[in-house]
Design a protein around this ligand. Structure first.
Ligand code: ATP
Length: 363
């Protein structure tokens, strides 16, 4: 097992700055997920840890040793790719044992380790098959098995579940979490799927345009996003962003929304520059409740679409004066129907305010 440390890591491809000044310490045995939209630099970062991509500047340490110039094979890592990268002419057992064979390990030891890994992944009955005789999910298990057999200090996963259908992805996600619990090995996992990140990670590192936007435990990031990007990236259905105005009112500050404006929230603390400051209210669909639209602090809205999802229902509602529909998530079934007028009430403990630059305003 080993810690991984990135110190001011940067990577340029010609004039493209794919990774900019990333510093990060990953603890021994931690499962860290790099999460971000396409092109944010997460794969490049992982490939630099793996030794598949040269580091333009900065230092990479694994287990306290500087690794910048160390060959991929000597870094004590094993990587699992989205494409599986299995040898088509070899059986599953041969694929899994190949790295140990290349290292000149005794055949009995290789066979024992392959059998152990196959048992963990429940693929014992597939050991004699060739990759083309396997389903996508089975191939991915073999790719993971091949990594386990090498007993690496650090596992690297590059979007390993992207080629699987939704059901299988959910199942494999749980298996990877169990694998981490069982082996306790340091793991770095790259994905653009926020559900995967939320369910797997000890810590999520959110990347955007080659930089870290925020890092922390899944719940911390979900509940306390430092900016609009993080708030919008984590959470399904997505956080609503509603244009609003901060208005001074006596010793407090009120938040006005819609046309005509309704003062829907009151804050004791946000008084700074509140004289009509335009902000954005960030509120998750499950932090809005439906109340009587005649109530003074309710925001009236018209139901446009209702989605019944079984365990929950989504209302898409139109607020006068707002361009975008607001999404409301309600538990269980709902009796609300299209064209109905409802009142929105925002949970004051679970709202976020973002300034013009998208930064969270403390409230
Ligand atoms: P995705 O989820 O789409 O794989 P990513 O977050 O993993 O995206 P990277 O593959 O790390 O993103 O790419 C980061 C940036 O670097 C992108 O702008 C990409 O076009 C660029 N890039 C990556 N590899 C190369 C390369 N070999 N040559 C030139 N540019 C590259």
């Amino acid at each position: 097992m080993a810690s991984v440390e990135l110190r001011n890591i940067a990577k340029s491809f010609g004039s493209v700055e794919a990774v900019r000044d990333v510093s990060l310490s990953i603890g021994d045995g931690e499962l860290v997920v790099f999460l971000g939209p396409s092109g944010c630099g997460k794969s490049t970062l992982l490939r630099m840890v793996a030794g598949l991509e040269e580091i333009t500047s900065g230092d990479l340490l694994i287990g306290g040793q500087r690794m910048n110039e160390v060959a991929a094979a000597d870094r004590g890592i094993a990587m699992v790719f989205q494409s599986y990268a299995l040898y088509p002419h070899m059986t599953v057992a041969e694929n899994m044992g190949f790295a140990l064979k290349m290292l000149g390990k005794p055949r009995a030891e290789t066979e024992r380790k392959v059998a152990e890994a196959a048992a963990i992944l429940q693929i014992e009955e597939l050991l004699g098959r060739k990759p083309k005789e396997l389903s996508g999910g089975q191939r991915q298990r073999v790719a993971i098995g091949r990594a386990i057999v090498r007993e690496p200090e650090v596992f690297l996963f590059d979007e390993p579940l992207s080629n699987l259908d939704a059901g299988l992805r959910a199942q494999m996600r749980v298996e990877i979490a169990r694998l981490h619990e069982r082996l306790g090995t340091t793991m770095i996992y790259v994905t653009h799927d926020q559900v995967e990140a939320m369910t797997l990670a000890d810590r999520i590192v959110i990347l955007n345009k080659g930089r870290i936007e925020q890092q922390g435990s899944p719940l911390d990031l979900y509940e306390k996003p430092v900016n609009r990007f993080v708030g919008g990236f984590l959470g399904q259905p997505q956080m609503n962003f509603i244009p609003a105005q901060l208005v001074s009112s006596g010793g407090a500050t009120e938040l006005a929304v819609g046309v005509p404006a309704r003062r829907v929230l009151q804050f004791a603390n946000v008084v700074a520059a509140a004289g009509g400051t335009i902000v954005e209210l960030g509120v998750r669909p499950d932090s809005i409740s439906i109340v009587d639209p005649m109530l003074e602090t309710a925001l009236p809205a018209h139901v446009v679409v209702v989605e019944h999802l079984g365990g929950s229902s989504l209302l898409y509602v139109q607020v006068d004066g707002l361009e975008e529909l607001v999404t409301v998530e309600l538990r269980g079934k709902t009796a609300f129907a299209r064209h109905e007028t409802v009142g929105l009430r925002f949970d004051p403990q679970r709202v976020h305010l973002f300034d013009g630059g998208g930064k969270q305003i403390e409230s």
